[in-house]
Each structure stands twice: as C-alpha cells, then as structure tokens.
Ligand binder design. Structure first.
Ligand code: MN
Ligand code: MN
Length: 388
C-alpha cells in the first residue's frame, strides 16, 4: 500500500472506530439514562419510605480477637447506610503490633483514646516516617500507603480508625505476612537476594496482630536510614485549644488546612455539656461518621419527604449521616459528652439552619411559614452552632 493510501486507510479506520465507540456509548446511554445523572441515582438503602437505622453498637460487637488485642469494625455489612465511611475500634495489648499492611481501597485516619502507639509508614517516594502518639493525637495514611501500628509500654492502647470508604473491610486490607506466605520461596529468594530456605519457617497465613517484646523506648533507625517525608502523618489534635467554644460545648476540628496530608478526611471532636445541642445542620460535601467516646446523645436525621428518625447513642456506639442529610446532636445525659466525628473530605463545610434563616429577609420567612414578619426579628442573626 502506497504511503498516502496507507495514511488514508488508517485515518478511515480511526474514524470508523470512533463512530463505533460513539454508537456503543449511545446505546449504553439509552439503556442507563442520561449519564450526567448517573451519580444522582437515589441510594436504595436510604430511599425507602422510612429512613433506615443509622446506629450501630460497635463496642458491643465481637470483632476479631487475638489474645487481648481486638479490632471491631463498622462497614456497610454492619451498618448498611454507611457507604462513604467505615470505622474500626482497635485495642492492642502490650507487645502487640498490627502487622505491616496497606488498604487498597481506603485512606486511614485515626485518633488515640488510650495508651501510647508507634507507627511506621512508607510513601511512594521511598520516604518513611516513624511517629509516636498519645491520647488525642491523630494520624493519616493516604490510600495504599503501607504501615504498621504497635503498642508502646506496659499498658494496652485503644484507638479509633476512620476509613474514607464504607466498603472498606479486611478484604481490602493487604498484609505482608499473607503475601510472603503465599509467594514461592524461589520467587522470594530472587526478589530479596537471600537463600530460598530463608522463607521455610515464615508464617504461611496472615499474622494480623503480631506479638513480641515491648518495643524499645527509642525507635531504632529504619534499614535504609532515616529518609523523612515532606509532609508529616501526625497531628497533635486535642492538646490544642478548641476551634470554637460556646456555653453549651466546644468543637475541635482538623482538616487539610491545618494537617495538609489529610486530603480526604476531616476530624472533629465535639464536647457537649448536658442539654447542649449541635444545632440542625447538614454537610454539602461529605458524609459524617460518629463515635461516642463518652456520654449519651440523641441524634436526629431528616431525609426529605417527611422522613425523620431519631436514635439514642451511648458510649461506644456509632452513627452515620449521609452527605446532605439534615441532622442534630443533643447531649441527653447528665455528664459532659464527647463525640469523635469523621468526614470523608479534606475541606470541612457545614450549613447550619440558624445561619440559613439569618441569610433570608423576614418577608421571605413570613411568606414561607405564613407567620408575621416581626416574629422572625427574634431569630438569631448568625449561626448558633452549639445551643444550650
Ligand atoms: Mn491500617
Ligand atoms: Mn454534622
């Protein structure tokens, strides 16, 4: 075929291929509806006549137990509405380590509640970081970055892990012992340049919680020497003053503006005095995952079309509010309550009901509710955020 003919032939073939692709796409469009609305299809779990439960008693669940260490998880399996965020309550006994692993489908955000924890994490650029955490400290590991967690000292440690994917589960967790236990010794020998017999006595199944000596007080240097990353994975959270304070309570908040590596999770700790209320509000860009650290709360959720549901959560319970759903949190106990909240966004946004009303003129409000305009002069002129 002469050069010019060949060029025409290929140009023609390319056009034909493009036309064929367009035809297939058009057919798919016809079957599936307008593709611009694909992401707006109602979630069947949350679009029934009644709102489904949004509460799960996490600490009452059994989870995975090895020795005195455990991991209890809340995923879509335990709490079907929680598609955007999963969480785990983990306790490690002294000398225990959550082995080297990564999460293929989720980033990991965590806050320590009790004890001391040391972590190592590897980044794709070859840098690695070792950090130590006390209660109130936070870590963030981006999706797919390999890490381990170990208990420091002679007391057990307890922390809450938040994952930016409700379908996260152990099936999405890749452990180093599981991998090495299933690769052939010959392959491993070639990979690491050591004799194949090295791997004869390695674990054949996933270790999950490894158990050994209490780690050294001062961490040893990595095999490669210290190569620190540009962005740290650690944030000292609750040792800082609250983000906002009110007579009815206070809020600590950490998102990517103060903890730059945490691009997909925002963390909040809400403390409410008895009768304190985190007012009616919604989050335009994120789902909300709640864990009650201390106290008793009443959580209301509004889901359009007359659907309204209230759940009472106690210490160790988990709640979940899908993106855009109206909600409130009220302390119904006799003590100050503390709630850990995770959002699957690195940039926090909220619209509070008092703020929305304050953003409208009184005549609009009067018409909306068929009430006299002057009634609305008594309403707040800015957001209430936490009421009492
Ligand atoms: Mn992990
Ligand atoms: Mn909220």
């Amino acid at each position: 075929m002469p050069e010019c003919d060949r060029r025409e032939f290929f140009a023609g073939a390319a056009l034909f291929a493009a036309a064929a692709t367009a035809a297939i796409l058009n057919q798919k469009e016809a079957e599936g509806g307008d593709p611009s609305f694909m992401n707006n299809v109602p979630d069947p779990v949350a679009s029934g006549e009644e709102l489904p439960t949004f509460k799960f008693e996490l600490e009452k669940s059994e989870g995975k137990v090895i020795g005195k260490s455990y991991g209890k998880e809340a995923t879509v399996k335990q709490l079907p509405i929680s598609k955007g965020i999963a969480g785990v309550s983990m306790r490690l006994e002294p000398g225990a380590m959550r082995e080297l692993h990564w999460h293929a489908t989720a980033a990991e955000w965590a806050m320590v509640l009790e004890g001391n924890v040391r972590t190592t994490v590897i980044s794709p650029d070859g840098t690695a970081e070792t950090n130590e955490f006390v209660p109130g400290d936070v870590w963030f590991f981006p999706r797919g970055h390999g890490h381990m967690l170990e208990c420091l000292g002679n007391e057990s440690c307890h922390f809450i892990l938040i994952f930016d994917n409700g379908y996260f589960s152990e099936f999405g967790t890749f452990s180093i012992s599981d991998w090495i236990g299933h690769a052939s010794p010959a392959l491993l020998a070639k990979n690491f340049g050591v004799p194949a017999s090295t791997f004869n006595t390695f674990p054949k199944e996933e270790v999950y919680f490894a158990r050994g000596e209490v780690p050294p007080t001062t961490p040893n240097a990595p095999l490669q020497g210290v190569k620190a990353p540009a962005l740290t994975h650690k944030y000292e959270f609750l040792s800082k003053p609250p983000h906002r304070t009110f007579p009815g309570g206070r809020e600590w908040r950490v998102d990517s503006s103060t903890f730059p590596i945490s691009t997909t999770v925002t963390g909040v700790v809400l403390e409410l005095e008895p009768e304190g209320l985190r007012e009616l509000h919604w989050h335009p860009t994120a789902d909300e995952w709640q864990y009650v650290i201390e106290g008793d709360i009443s959580v209301s959720m509004f889901g359009s079309h007359s659907r309204y549901r209230v759940e009472t959560l106690h210490k160790g319970d988990v709640g979940y509010i899908p993106q855009g759903y109206g909600h409130s949190i009220e302390n119904v106990g006799t003590k100050t309550c503390r709630i850990l909240i995770g959002f699957n966004t690195g940039v926090y946004q909220t619209i509070d009901l008092s703020q929305w009303i304050a953003g409208n003129p009184v005549d609009v409000l009067a018409t909306n509710f068929s009430k006299p305009a002057q009634l609305f002069e008594r309403f707040p002129k800015s957001d209430v955020f936490i009421a009492k």
